[in-house]
Design a protein around this ligand. Structure first.
Ligand SMILES: NC(=O)c1ccc[n+]([C@@H]2O[C@H](COP(=O)([O-])OP(=O)(O)OC[C@H]3O[C@@H](n4cnc5c(N)ncnc54)[C@H](O)[C@@H]3O)[C@@H](O)[C@H]2O)c1
Length: 318
């Protein structure tokens, strides 16, 4: 690969992707578009490419870049705080940004890989989540991702040359997420509480489960999607749910602590009790296989967290 455009490249997943691309392809020209609304420059220390700090929803990509300038476009820019309830802002920023990127990719015949989310499943589907289940978003963030998928389908249907791959990331955790504050993974939040010497706080009684997926697996799946010769929508998870109680046990082990959970009442009526990705399609069509089961991912992540100072403000949300 010689060139790539990454939107949202100063964010958690985007920065991991940018640095991994440069590691694998020393001569690659990576360009990032990120307006730093939730990005963090320190995620990109060591980055050798270019960065355009502009809002994608109002950026004229066609006058800024040449058609065909990039071999692949990765679209990760998004409002990622799922507690944002302003529908106009969420949909304008997320959908209009994507529309511009998709149009640019279509006109230049460039493959487009974009971040969707497990949030499109909402609270309707219990058990394993499969790509063919109807979208049922429970918040406007998930709804905006559903609109991205609808738009992608429309572009793909309108032109055979248009290769668009949507990746429904599940609960991603790992190095580079600290700047997200309340939107960072529960693994990060709980590790931080334990490291501060406090009992980790979770909703009663900790049996709710999430498909936590390590950021290195997510980057791998994203790069595999760029290599695939077809489009579609794929779940990207570990394929295994882990309860919050299990997460705390694994964190205690990795941190060599022994903190019992501090359970409190769940105030949310529409809280997802369980997420679990069926990764059959990603395995068969992208060749994706998670290399980081939760114990390996947490052990590696905790090691990294111990090496860096956790400077983010304290948060308890899940
Ligand atoms: N982290 C997860 O668990 C998870 C799960 C499902 C889906 N996703 C999706 O993956 C992608 C990356 O998420 P992340 O966790 O790295 O979040 P992040 O907030 O760290 O990264 C998003 C980046 O996009 C940038 N951005 C947002 N809107 C922009 C705009 N209009 N113009 C320019 N830049 C803009 C932000 O400044 C930020 O750097 C997002 O699309 C997100 O919805 C993430």
């Amino acid at each position: 690969m010689e060139s790539a455009l990454i939107t949202g490249g100063a964010g958690f997943i985007g920065s991991n992707l940018a640095l991994e691309l440069e590691r694998r392809h020393p001569d690659i020209r990576v360009t990032i578009i990120d307006d730093f609304r939730s990005g963090e420059f320190s995620n990109l220390v060591g980055f050798r490419g270019d960065l355009v700090a502009q809002d994608l929803a109002s950026l004229d990509l066609l006058s800024r870049f040449r058609l065909g300038e990039f071999q692949v476009v990765f679209h990760l820019a998004s409002i990622t705080d799922t507690t944002v309830t302003d529908a106009r802002q969420m949909i304008w920023d997320n959908v209009e940004g994507f529309r511009r990127v998709a149009e640019f990719a279509r006109l230049s015949g460039t493959p487009l890989i974009y971040a969707s989310s497990a949030a499109v499943y909402g609270v309707c589907h219990l058990g394993r989540m499969q790509e063919d289940q109807p979208a049922c978003p429970a918040n406007v963030y998930g709804f905006s991702k559903t609109l991205l998928e609808n738009l992608a389908r429309r572009y793909a249907d309108s032109s055979r040359d248009c290769r668009i791959v949507g990746l429904r990331y599940f609960n991603v955790y790992g190095p580079g997420e600290a700047h997200k504050g309340v939107a960072a993974s529960m693994i990060y939040q709980l590790a931080r509480q334990i490291r501060a010497g406090r009992r980790p706080r979770i909703f009663k009684y900790g049996e709710q489960a999430r498909d936590f997926v390590y950021v290195k697996d997510v980057v791998e799946a994203t790069l595999l999607a760029a290599d695939a010769n077809h489009g579609g929508v794929y779940n990207v998870g570990s394929g295994r749910p882990t309860s919050f109680n299990e997460v705390i046990a694994l964190l205690n082990k990795a941190l060599e602590t022994d903190h019992n959970p501090d359970y409190f009442d769940n105030p949310y009526p529409f809280y997802q009790p369980h997420t679990e990705a069926d990764v059959t399609r990603a395995r068969a069509e992208l060749g994706y296989a998670s290399k980081y089961p939760i114990d390996r991912g947490i052990a590696e992540y905790v090691k990294q967290l111990m090496e860096t100072d956790m400077k983010q403000p304290d948060v308890h949300e899940q």
